[in-house]
Design a protein around this ligand. Structure first.
Ligand code: AMP
Ligand code: ZN
Length: 110
């Protein structure tokens, strides 16, 4: 059994609030949301960081984010997509995921 939290959620071993699933990616609500809409778009495969992913898969993740932004009614108001990569970015879970954050004014990036 994998000790990776996102592998385990993808396999149904740990619960998640699923918003989307296909053969390559799934999306769940972040357990510690920083905004009214805080969704994680996660690869089904265990890919540690963005450095390890091909552009087609990354494009698919962004496409899912576009669709979920529409579903969450933040597409026109605005939202932010974030990928933390590695220690200086504060990546906590070493399994590739895209944060979709919206539903409030987000201010400027640090
Ligand atoms: P990062 O710092 O980019 O690796 O982000 C990891 C994110 O995963 C954080 O925003 C956490 O709140 C979120 N997270 C950790 N465990 C869970 C979980 N069981 N279900 C949903 N989100 C989680
Ligand atoms: Zn994993």
């Amino acid at each position: 059994m994998s000790d990776c939290i996102f592998c385990r959620i993808g396999a149904g071993e740990i619960p998640g609030t699923f918003l989307y699933r296909d053969d390559e990616v799934f999306a769940i609500r972040d357990i510690h949301p920083v905004a009214p809409s805080h969704i994680l778009i996660i690869t089904k495969a265990h890919i540690p960081t963005l450095n390890d992913a091909g552009s087609a898969l990354v494009g698919r993740m962004v496409g899912v984010a576009q669709e979920l932004a529409r579903q969450e009614s933040v597409a026109e108001k605005g939202y932010r997509l974030v990928v933390n990569v590695g220690p200086e970015a504060g990546q906590e879970v070493l399994h590739l995921h895209l944060h979709l954050i919206g539903g409030r004014p987000l201010g400027r990036m640090a």
